[in-house]
Design a protein around this ligand. Structure first.
Ligand SMILES: [Zn+2]
Length: 272
């Protein structure tokens, strides 16, 4: 077997938004709990070894931030620089799904190829992707930028449920939040790090079986929680939630705004 150099895996936080629990969980009133402050963090992820530099998602664009009155706390390029990476160094970008806060900066990476689930691509370029209650979460110009990647041969469309992307890195298509949401698995040393992206916004979804408020298939979202709980029960396996502020304190500091996902320093908070 060919030896793979161990991967480093990082979460990079570029924004935070003050939100309430009732903004986040579908039908929050059913839990009969008082509403509370429940902030949303925005990340993208970096996987690298001496042979490869891979991003998972790339954050929202300055244009999207302005049009939605969102802030960008740290420019993604500045965050990457703190880990010694420039956009030119990036070989590949996994686009976990088409929502604006995950695909806003695809134009930053001139040397990269990209991956997205075929189901995701076909949905957002199909007849329902721009309906009001669905299409609000994407930007047509950014969907078009992904279409241009496909037309210029830079986008690999992933078909099967689980696909090996590179040795030690595989992608699983986990529908629910969107039709082709991707979860990225990274094997490094004896650990498996699971970058859940929006298959799991917050750890509470998995722990308390609480769907996030944005989904296209509610049953599939419950199935995705079952899938993630099975992974979480495996030894040496770490699930990384896609929007949970807790990630920044669960893992070792690597640089300002960046944590090292191979070094967990504490468990998830268990309070309800
Ligand atoms: Zn999303």
């Amino acid at each position: 077997m060919t030896q793979i150099a161990p991967y480093e895996v990082y979460a990079l936080q570029y924004a935070t938004r003050p939100t309430m629990a009732s903004d986040k969980f579908y039908r929050h009133e059913l839990y009969k709990e008082p509403d509370e402050r429940f902030d949303t963090a925005y990340y993208f992820w970096l996987i690298r070894n001496p042979d490869r530099t891979i991003m998972v998602d790339c954050g929202y664009s300055a244009k999207a931030a302005a049009s939605r009155s969102r802030e960008i706390e740290t420019d993604p390029v500045e965050l990457m620089a703190r880990l010694g990476v420039t956009p030119d160094d990036v070989d590949h970008v996994v686009l976990s799904h088409m929502h604006f806060d995950h695909i806003g900066n695809v134009g930053l990476f001139p040397n990269a190829t990209f991956s997205m689930a075929r189901a995701e691509y076909e949905f957002w370029t199909g007849p329902y992707g721009d309906r009001t209650c669905i299409g609000w979460a994407v930007r047509p110009d950014e969907v078009q930028a992904v279409v241009e990647l496909e037309q210029t041969g830079r986008l690999d469309l992933v078909d099967s449920t689980t696909t090996e992307l590179f040795p030690g890195i595989s992608l699983t298509v986990v529908p629910g939040h969107t039709p082709g949401q991707i979860v990225t698995h990274v094997t490094t040393g004896n650990q498996e790090i699971i970058l859940a992206s929006d298959a799991l916004h917050f750890y509470e979804e998995m722990r308390l079986d609480r769907p996030f408020q944005i989904f296209l298939d509610l049953v599939a979202m419950y199935e995705s929680f079952d899938f993630l709980r099975e992974l979480d029960a495996r030894p040496s396996t770490t699930i990384v939630a896609g929007h949970d502020p807790e990630v920044m304190s669960m893992f070792a500091h690597a640089a300002e705004g960046c944590v090292d996902l191979t070094r967990q320093v504490r468990a998830q908070t268990e309070e309800q």
